[in-house]
Design a protein around this ligand. Structure first.
Ligand code: ADP
Ligand code: ASP
Ligand code: MG
Length: 411
């Protein structure tokens, strides 16, 4: 008999009918003899609705109160799913994060899980009940409700699986696995049977929202067998695994990730003296703004240009800080652009293949897409381009790296 943690995302519990369908599915699993802990998200759209409601009172709601508010979305779905199970004769009980005791730090709206008390869960499982746990939420040491950041139910699922040493953590969603890229953007995207934790972590952090980054970090750290599956279609899904198979057919690129969440800032005509980067980025970091990509041009006329990207939400704030710095250090001007996108190719196969970046640049050049910034690591290459070319770039790269699914007959 196995212990499985199953997480169902927002669309999978988006209506009462779907919740009934999920209950049917869990019933079938129970009949197979497995112990099941279920984690659910709020009904799709509900978290957004709650945030909008809060913003009608205050544009920047107090983080603690926002958590009290948004955590209610998941409290509704756990109760509905438990009712649907009990109605079918499947003994079940629902728990909020606080009731389990999913202990987090106090960083409201982006809390980290510190510890999970598995005592109550084990007692209920032993009594033969399915335990339905609210995703996305926890409680801090002072008893305040916290939430784990958008998409955080994935992390609840994996963290529970780690705490319970479950045999598998299954993430049920509205796609049947992890694809070479977002199938909503590239219809020819292919489902991957396997992807390594390392690659999945890059994909998630570079913009693929199919799994929250922290859930992948957790799964890698505690070696939780993790699988992404479709809620209502049968199939093997995608296994996220530790091993990097050294097969001849291993693709160079496993996937393409992208995001539209960044903005670019440039400071021009900066006197080129030692410590320039620190003078520019020190105040940015002091303002609690995270910087992603950075480019400093080769100096001429004893001045240099310096460009970096930040999250779009931080753009206005970063611009103000940079204007101040420019005045202090005697730079010529500050400019910025929010209409950019970052496209990244990811794959452990890159380690053993030269020329991957140039193949990427060639594919973009063929489409006359200008590259504004570049950054690389051992297993990824990212470029910043104009936002309007994003979909074209992703499709071109998908084809250039031979990731397109073979056309079906008749197409
Ligand atoms: P849930 O509500 O179940 O958590 P999400 O919307 O968070 O679902 O994640 C699933 C979505 O992730 C898919 O509908 C798909 O559009 C998107 N997605 C982005 N990149 C990928 C990818 N590489 N593979 C699969 N899905 C992806
Ligand atoms: N309901 C939360 C959100 O929309 C958490 C989740 O769905 O994973 O972000
Ligand atoms: Mg999600």
């Amino acid at each position: 008999m196995a212990l499985i943690v199953q997480k169902f995302g927002g669309t999978s519990v988006g209506t009462v009918e779907r919740i009934e369908q999920v209950a049917e599915k869990i019933k079938r699993f129970r009949e197979g003899g497995d112990d099941i802990v279920v984690v659910v998200s709020a009904m799709s759209g509900e978290t957004n609705r709650l945030i909008e409601l809060a913003k009608q009172i205050d544009d920047q709601p107090v983080p603690r109160e926002l958590d009290v508010m948004v955590s209610t979305g998941e409290q509704v779905t756990i109760a509905l799913l438990a009712m649907a199970l009990i109605k079918r004769g499947v003994p079940a009980v629902s728990f909020t994060g606080n009731q389990v005791r999913i202990l987090t730090d106090s960083a409201h709206n982006k809390a980290r899980i510190l510890q999970i008390d598995d005592h109550r869960l084990r007692t209920e499982l032993k009594a033969g009940r399915v335990v339905v746990v609210a995703g996305f939420q926890g409680v801090d040491e002072h008893g305040n409700i916290t939430t784990l950041g958008r998409g955080g139910s994935d992390t609840t699922g994996v963290a529970l699986a780690a705490a319970l040493k479950a045999d598998e953590c299954q993430i049920y969603t509205d796609v049947d696995g992890v694809y070479t890229t977002d199938p909503r953007v590239v219809p020819q995207a292919r489902r991957l049977t396997k992807i390594t934790f390392e690659e999945m972590l890059e994909m998630a952090s570079l913009g693929s929202k199919v799994l929250q980054i922290r859930s992948v970090e957790f799964a890698g750290k505690y070696n939780v067998p993790l699988r992404v599956l479709h809620s209502f279609q049968e199939g093997p899904g995608t296994l996220i695994t530790l091993d990097e198979e050294e097969s001849m057919e291993q693709p160079i690129i496993s996937g393409i990730a992208f995001n539209r969440d960044e903005a670019k800032l440039t400071i021009r005509g900066v006197p080129d003296t030692p410590g320039v980067a620190f003078k520019i980025l020190g105040p940015i970091s002091a303002a609690n703004i995270e910087v992603d990509m950075i480019v400093q041009n080769v100096a001429h006329d004893n001045t240099t240009d310096f460009t970096f990207t930040v999250h779009r939400n931080d753009y206005l704030n970063a611009q103000q800080v940079l204007e101040r710095t420019a005045r202090e250090i005697g730079a010529r001007e500050v400019s910025g652009d929010t209409k950019i996108a970052k496209v990244s190719i990811v794959g452990v196969g890159m380690r053993s293949h030269a020329g991957v970046a140039s193949r990427m640049f060639e594919a973009l050049a063929k489409e006359s897409i200008n590259i504004q910034m570049i950054s690389t690591s051992e297993i990824k290459v990212s470029v910043v381009i104009e936002e309007k070319y994003l979909e074209l770039a992703v499709r071109a790269l998908h084809t250039a790296f031979e990731l397109d699914a073979p056309a079906r007959q008749g197409e």
